[in-house]
Design a protein around this ligand. Structure first.
Ligand SMILES: [Zn+2]
Ligand SMILES: [Zn+2]
Length: 446
């Protein structure tokens, strides 16, 4: 696949891949260019829309409202606006409920104007009503534009719920380049994270035998490369740099659909971010935008991989550590660190592959057998932590947890907890399998 642009992949439609899978994206249309919003009216008409239910907040309306209304008016499309109270946190029952209760039943299409939060709500509403849904992006800040799930707070816990992928994404670089600096930095951080996710996907395939697709990995690699190559122009708001990040963020959703799992787009660095979000919700600890946190998580992950590259697996030590682990004490630590949010993690921990002795043994054998291959994958996929930090710093993004108010001395424990977020094979699981997670976490993140 030489041309990995959003347009060329969507034009290609579904296809049978060398990996044996048929790949198909839920997203069917994307307009990524200068002036894209002018096409909104015809896109809405294309879905048979005559009256749009518009979701926005004060900031996103200020960013794109006038051009959106002009585009709809030009195509003879009516609208009902629901303006959310300005809010940067995750959508919860109250916010989603408000969007539902204000829904105008004469509307036949939903149009979100915004990025993370608005899009998450729009996707839920589209899922419930079954109506077509278009998102007009106002900031290239996170990779959920083309995904079929929404990140919400339900019963006080941050969860990902099934919703509906937008039918179309309108990404106007004239609007996107005016996004607040932190949102541009966040977009780059969420993209930089993909070097770790692709690396861990390949390692996961060797150790657990899980599904892996080289074509999907190549799409993500190429998108990441474009972002890094153009990063210098991002804070000067150069269209090529903004477009590279936005394309990469949309491609992330397409790649995850192709793979059928989030493997190509999220790894241990995303779990740092999830854990910080969970603690922020539970205890009011500091937090930042998803992509900003993922950028910091990427630097932390790269430090971990640098240390891993100096190690050699020791079979006896690994088996002894697995045998002697004090699971009850560890679960207690998770409970103290995450409060109520620990319940969902602990519910699945007992049956999880990472704690199954027979599966641990099997993984350990694969680690020992493939150790040189694992080191080679790390060399091929990962930049140096210093280089990643320098890139983030060059756009003014935070590069350490301390810069967003999270104490450095919490990083070792947060890292150890990343292995318990889901049954996904990541750096912390690998160190756990080698029997050195505790000592190495303290060493890496001292
Ligand atoms: Zn494939
Ligand atoms: Zn992300």
């Amino acid at each position: 696949m030489n041309d990995c642009s959003v347009a060329s992949l969507l034009a290609r439609g579904g296809f049978r891949c060398v990996c044996g899978k048929r790949h198909e994206a839920n997203l069917k249309k994307a307009v990524v260019k200068s002036g894209a919003v002018a096409e909104l009216g015809s896109v809405v008409r294309g879905y048979g829309g005559k009256r749009a239910y518009l979701l926005c907040d004060a900031n996103t309306f200020a960013a794109a409202g006038v051009s959106v209304l002009r585009a709809l008016g030009g195509a003879g499309v009516g609208y009902t606006i629901f303006r959310f109270p300005e809010d940067r946190t995750e959508p919860d029952e109250k916010v989603v409920g408000a969007a539902v209760l204000h829904f105008d039943r004469t509307c036949d299409i939903i149009v979100g104007v915004g990025s993370g939060v608005i899009n998450d709500i729009g996707k839920i509403l589209a899922g419930i009503t079954g109506l077509p849904y278009i998102i007009v992006a106002t900031a290239p800040s996170m990779d959920g534009f083309a995904s079929s799930t929404s990140s919400v707070v339900r019963d006080g816990l941050k969860v990902s719920v099934d919703s509906k992928c937008p039918d179309a994404v309108i990404a106007d670089t004239d609007i996107l380049k005016e996004a607040p600096p932190l949102m541009l930095q966040a977009g780059l951080g969420d993209m930089l994270a993909k070097c770790v996710s692709v690396c861990e996907w390949r390692i996961g395939r060797l150790v657990t035998g899980e599904y892996y697709c080289p074509a999907v990995a190549a799409i993500i690699r190429s998108a990441l490369h474009k972002c890094v190559k153009n990063a210098e122009g991002l804070m000067r708001r150069e269209p090529a740099a903004v477009e590279a990040v936005m394309e990469g963020l949309i491609l992330s959703g397409i790649a995850a659909d192709y793979a059928g799992v989030s493997r190509p787009v999220s790894g241990v660095e995303h779990y740092f971010s999830h854990l910080w979000d969970m603690r922020a919700l539970e205890f009011g600890t500091p937090w930042s935008l998803h992509g900003v946190q993922c950028g910091i998580g990427t630097v932390l992950a790269l430090k971990g991989y640098e240390r891993l590259s100096e190690l050699t697996p020791d079979r006896e030590k690994a088996l002894a550590a697995f045998e002697n682990m004090d699971k009850a004490a560890w679960y207690g630590q998770i409970r103290r660190y995450l409060g109520n949010a620990a319940d969902t993690i602990l519910q699945t921990a007992e049956g999880a592959a990472r704690y199954d002795p027979a599966q641990h043994k099997k993984r350990l054998e694969n680690i020992v057998t493939h150790w040189e291959d694992i080191l080679q994958i790390i060399r091929e996929e990962l930049p140096a932590s210093d280089a990643a930090a320098a890139l983030l710093r060059s756009v003014g993004a935070p590069v350490s947890s301390a810069e967003i108010g999270i104490p450095t001395d919490e990083n070792a424990l947060t890292f150890k907890m990343t292995k318990d977020i889901r049954d996904k094979y990541i750096l912390s699981t690998l160190l756990f399998d080698m029997g050195v997670l505790d000592e190495e976490a303290n060493q890496i993140y001292q």
